[in-house]
Structures are given as C-alpha cells and as structure tokens.
Design a protein. Structure first.
Length: 368
C-alpha cells in the first residue's frame, strides 16, 4: 500500500504527457496544408528490376575531402566542379590535392551547367539563376517568372546552341531546407522554366509540378526532362517535332524520390534517388490531417528517410537499364547527383563530405 500514491503519480504524469503529445500533434501551428492524392503501390525492392543489391558498396572517394554537401558536379579537364552548403562553388582535382574557390554565391548552389561561351550557369536555391564568367564576375540572370519569384531554384541544363537554359523551381511556396514540408504538402507548386540568353526573359513551360527537381536535355535537344520528386516520376517536355510544346509522363512510379537527372549525351539517362519511398507517407497520402500530424512530429523527430545509396539508369525510352543500390552500414547516401564521364560514374550528395565514383562497367553489370 505504501507505493500506491507513487504509482498514481506516475500514472498522472504519463496521462499528462500523452495529452501534451496529442495536443502538439493535433494543434501545433504549421504552414503545411497537405493535399490528398493517391500514389501507385511502390515497386518491390525484394525482386524485379529494383531488387536490392550492393553495387554501390565501397564507392571510390574522389575530389576534395571534408567539404560540405557537394550537390551537382561537372567534370572538366580532369577537375571536378561542385557547389557546397556554404555557398562556394569549387574546382578540385580528382586526387583532392588541389582546391580552388571559383565564387561564393551567398546562397546554395545546387545545379551547374556550362554555357558554350564558357560561362558557368548556376541554379542557386536562394539566389535564382546565376552566371559566372571567366573573370569571376557573378551575375543574377533571373529570379522570377510570370511575376512569381522563385522559391527554390534547383537544377539547370543549357542547350548546345547556348540559346536557352532550362531550369527548375522546385517550389514557389517552400524555400531551401523545406523540401520535406513541400513534398508532404504535395501542393503542386513546382515549375519547369526556360531562360533566353538573347532576350534575358524567362518563360514558364510547365507549372503544377510536384517538387520540380533535376533537369536534363535529351538527344539533339529534342526534349527536356524534369524530375518530380513528390510524385516519384519524370516528366518530358517536347521542344521540337510534332509534339513541341506538349508534355507527358516519361517514367512513372519510381521506387524512390528522384533528385538530380543527367544524360550521357548518347544513349543513357541517370537518375539519383534521394531515398526509397516511405510506406507511412504513401499510406497516408489520402489523409491530409494525418500528414499534417507527421509534419508536426518532424519538428522534433528525425525525418522518416531510409539511408540507402540508390540510383537508376534509363534508356532513351525510359526503360530501366541499371539498378544501383547499397543499404549496408556506412553507405554513400543520400545520392543526389549521378553523372557519366568516360569510364566512370560520378556521384554527389547533398549531405556528404566528399564526392565518389564507380567504374561504369560495374554499374552496367546490373542490367545484365
């Protein structure tokens, strides 16, 4: 009988704690207004074309070490160029022994493309579409389209003639660092945009995209692809031919969240998958109130993201030709960029401290 008051006290504390947690999950203020949608059942990672493997285990580190978030990357004359979390755009040798700061945007450089005239075109999540010339002069090219400022400039590709830059505004409502909120909201406020170097004007090609992310041009610049991270798909916009000006789904129902996208210039596209799809988020897609509770929980708990190195290769028709994974401890993840140069695949990561690479032959073994 002596312990009864203490037991009652503990019970009261637990009840109060549960009430507080419940009130927080139900009532904590959030700007996220989730939209109901119905995703397709996620493809299996146990069998089929996306069956789990460890092809990405033991990637070779390349370039400078101890850098923060090498997102996009370019390989030029044996040097890697990448953008970092602190706003720097750097050039590093493959052995990592030399590092040169090309500029500091004062924002977050996420996408890089080389213009035929030599300028480096930068998609900066905070500053917009930028240009860096050989003299180191940094110029803002575009910060809005159709009267709507960019919220999250993400990736960029420049056509062979140097006439246009195609780039994405991931979310006009959510800024950099709020990708989780934007994807859970599923508000369709992403855009594919085109900047005209001759006129300095920016036009909107597609709106209502679900977190518009990676961008790349296809063969002969006949079309441009854009990843929709929040919808697990890739959308194609036709630039020439009888379907010019129209768009369609190029690849649907991917097994993860597509991030950046690249073309090897001949017969392959590479798609970086930030993480596999989450059963909780897919299962609550049709229940906005529950998704809002998840957003509130994310204020104090880690985001429900699996650490898995993941990327896929596609042929020109969008068929899977390579499945690259590694879910083992210490894997290189999240992979946010994949680019093919010569006999190697190069990888960048929004959260890693270095870049990595894999022999192309090993990557293509996954399709055999």
């Amino acid at each position: 009988m002596r312990n009864t008051p203490r037991r009652i006290s503990v019970h009261r504390v637990l009840i109060v704690l549960l009430v507080v947690i419940g009130l927080f999950l139900f009532l904590a203020p959030t700007k996220v207004q989730p939209v109901a949608w119905t995703p397709q059942p996620a493809p299996s990672l146990q069998s089929g074309v996306f069956a789990e493997n460890r092809i990405l285990k033991g990637l070779e580190q390349t370039g400078a070490a101890n850098i923060n978030g090498p997102e996009a990357l370019l390989l030029e004359d044996g040097f890697l160029i990448t953008g970092l979390h602190d706003g720097r755009v750097i050039r590093t040798s493959l052995d990592g022994k030399t590092l040169k700061v090309l500029t500091n945007t004062g924002g977050r450089p996420l996408g890089l493309a080389r213009h035929p005239d030599g300028r480096l075109i930068i998609a900066d999540a905070i500053k917009g579409l930028l240009s860096l010339d050989a003299q180191g002069q940094l110029i803002a090219l575009s910060t809005e389209a159709n009267g709507l400022p960019f919220g999250f400039t993400d990736d960029v590709a420049v056509d062979k003639t140097g006439h246009y830059a195609y780039f994405s505004d991931a979310s006009s409502h959510w800024g950099y660092g709020k990708d989780g909120e934007a994807i859970i909201e599923h508000g369709g406020d992403g855009r594919l945009l085109r900047y005209d170097f001759q006129t300095g004007k920016t036009e909107q090609l597609i709106d209502q995209l679900e977190f518009a992310n990676g961008v790349t041009l296809g063969p002969n610049d006949a079309f441009v692809l854009v990843n929709e991270t929040g919808a697990y798909r890739i959308t194609r916009y036709w630039l020439s031919g009888p379907r010019a000006g129209s768009h369609e789904v190029f690849v649907d129902n991917l097994p993860g969240l597509p991030d950046n996208l690249s073309f090897n210039g001949h017969e392959r596209f590479w798609v970086a998958l930030y993480a596999p799809r989450n059963a909780l988020l897919d299962g609550t897609a049709g229940y906005p109130f529950v998704r809002k509770m998840i957003v509130r929980a994310m204020m104090v708990l880690p985001k429900p993201v699996e650490k898995r190195a993941f990327a896929v290769g596609l042929d020109l028709d969008g068929r899977i030709i390579a499945n690259l994974q590694d879910a083992s401890s210490g894997n290189y993840s999240p992979i946010t960029t994949v680019r093919e140069y010569g006999d190697w695949l190069y990888f960048g990561s929004l959260k890693s401290s270095h870049m990595a690479r894999l022999p192309l032959a090993k990557a293509l073994q996954s399709s055999e």
